[in-house]
Design a protein around this ligand. Structure first.
Ligand code: APR
Length: 287
């Protein structure tokens, strides 16, 4: 472990465009369950996962009924209530420190808990949306959750909430299974995967697509040896060689398929602060 911490320290210091990809595992030490770990929401409530898979179809078929259902206490959405009051943990603060140091340029997170922003990161892409936001299904405008009194709309039989700009149907910003990733988010994430020369993947089982494709895109661009001048759907320009580091409690398909260069196995709340401490020490020494 120590040798890998030193190696990751060195590679982060030398990176020109390091990004982090995070999943629910970085938030478990904030008291938020992950999905597929031993204590995961889907592990313990397989019926809730089935409900989640059907949510998007129900929303498309009957938005009013969908909203009435998810505003009813006890629906699978209430499993997310624990997110609202959670606080960032040492793993989140370590990534905020890496951004402050000018090392980490961006976080692309699958998490909807907004804990990276609460920890102070300014450059965050919420790949699966955010629990504190609502989004119009027609014009893609996002609204803060508090801009709508959902309970009042429910009581007055005014559901579904309507967009203040185009009167389209409003949904939670969180991306449902089967729903496309919003195009602005998808494009920005692809560009970052193409541009980065270091990808730090923290607390994800890397089994959900298209997010799990991002490390593969970074790996392929690097091994394809392409001059990087080919025009692609992602972006033009030279693509640098990439180092992909996993920090996770368990090995993932990225480990087994050697998409990542190595995994530092353990808790993000332990490992990430140790890497930040090592970088501080090196910088202190080198001035
Ligand atoms: N430190 C490091 N790794 C951890 C920690 C921790 N403290 N706690 C859990 N893990 C690991 C688990 O072992 C697991 O490998 O984090 C990973 C979490 O994986 P998932 O529970 O599958 O979460 P995630 O990868 O974010 O899921 C992706 O699935 O249901 C959808 O939309 C949901 O965004 C989510 C997506």
């Amino acid at each position: 472990m120590e040798e890998l911490i030193q190696r990751a320290t060195e590679e982060l210091i030398n990176a020109k465009y390091a990004i982090a990809l995070t999943g629910a595992g970085i938030s478990t030490e904030s008291g938020i369950h992950d999905f597929r770990g031993p204590d995961g929401i889907w592990t313990k409530h397989p019926e809730a996962e089935m409900e989640a898979y059907q949510a998007y179809d129900k929303l498309l078929r009957d938005p009013k009924d969908h909203w009435e259902q998810i505003l009813t206490p006890g629906s699978f959405f209430s499993l997310f209530d624990e997110l609202m009051n959670a606080l960032p943990n040492r793993g989140h603060h370590a990534l905020a420190e890496l951004e402050n140091m000018g090392i980490l340029k961006l976080i692309i997170t699958q998490n909807v808990d907004s804990l990276h922003e609460k920890a102070g990161n300014l450059n965050v892409i919420e790949y699966h949306g955010g629990v504190s936001k609502l989004r119009c299904m027609s014009c893609n405008t996002r609204f803060k959750r508090e801009e709508y009194d959902l309970e009042k709309l429910r009581m007055e039989k005014q559901l579904p909430p309507r967009c203040k700009k185009c009167n389209g149907v409003i949904k939670h910003d969180g991306v449902y299974f089967g729903e496309a990733i919003p195009s602005d988010v998808a494009q920005a994430s692809l560009e970052a995967a193409w541009k980065c020369d270091l990808m730090l993947i923290c607390g994800t089982s890397a089994v959900v697509y298209p997010f799990a494709q991002l490390p593969r895109i970074a790996r392929e661009k690097s091994t394809s040896g392409g001059s990087g001048n080919e025009r692609t759907t992602h972006t033009a320009g030279k693509s640098p060689k990439v180092t992909i580091i996993e920090v996770n409690a368990e090995a993932t398909p990225l480990t087994y398929e050697r998409v990542s260069d190595y995994i530092i196995q353990g808790k993000t709340g332990d490992i990430l602060p140790r890497i930040v401490d090592e970088i501080r020490k090196r910088r202190g020494k080198d001035g």
